[in-house]
Design a protein around this ligand. Structure first.
Ligand code: PRP
Ligand code: URA
Length: 209
């Protein structure tokens, strides 16, 4: 069964609170999304496997631990997911970056795919799918289906703000996928926006409306 983890570190909560404020402008909002993405991935990668390696310090030879095995890929759901990528790459600079373009049809609220470009060597990689918002869950679920259809096996979904409806949708469609949120909010409103949420993440990151 899919596991839901809420990463409510004090620094993350503090930054989410500033991001939620409607008076926070685009520049600061973008910076916060980047920083929260970085803080989240620090926790999301806690279970990566290490191996002993021989190294030589300026003083002597010794054994040290380094990451073993699979490499990582970060896949933002366009557009808003892009806001989380730079923060993650600061911690995992060797990760490859794929892109999935989906937008939510304003009337049906269903995701519409318009772009997909992924790394080739998918079998060797752990995928982290990122999007600030998990609302109805339609976009995340469609993106996970797309990744699975490319034979990608290791996928974690990382979102800043989610709600019970979105978590339920992903857990129902993809019971094998673990979900990481910085905040599990109360509900969706009649326009399928998260309450209290932080508004339209893409518009706030890119200063569009
Ligand atoms: C937002 C958000 C998610 C999606 C969440 O993107 O970034 O991708 O909506 O909603 P859902 O869980 O109900 O599918 P949007 O479609 O507004 O596109 P944008 O990132 O280009 O702004
Ligand atoms: N997309 C957003 O950007 N925010 C929401 O609250 C829901 C969907």
């Amino acid at each position: 069964m899919s596991k839901l983890t809420i990463l409510d570190h004090p620094l993350i909560q503090h930054k989410i609170a500033i991001a939620r404020n409607k008076n926070t402008g685009s520049g600061l909002f973008r910076q916060l999304v980047k920083e929260i993405g970085m803080l989240m991935v620090y926790e999301v990668t806690r279970d990566l496997t290490l191996e002993d390696v021989e190294i030589e310090t300026p003083i002597c030879k010794t054994k040290a631990k380094m990451l073993r095995g699979k490499k990582m890929a970060v896949v933002p759901i366009l557009r808003a997911g892009i806001g989380m990528v730079d923060g993650i790459l600061e911690l995992v600079p060797q990760a490859k970056v794929g892109h999935i373009g989906l937008y939510r049809d304003p009337v049906t609220k269903e995701p519409v795919e318009y772009f997909c470009k992924l790394p080739q060597d998918v079998a060797q990689r752990d995928f982290i799918l990122v999007d600030p918002m998990l609302a109805t869950g339609g976009s995340a679920s469609a993106a996970i289906t797309l990744l699975k259809n490319k034979n990608i096996k290791s996928i974690r979904l990382v979102c800043l703000v989610g709600c019970p409806e979105g978590v339920k949708r992903v857990q129902t469609d993809h019971p094998d996928i673990d979900i990481y949120l910085a905040s599990l909010d109360e509900k969706l409103n009649e326009d399928c926006y998260i309450v209290p949420g932080l508004g339209d993440a893409g518009d706030r990151i890119f200063g569009t409306k």
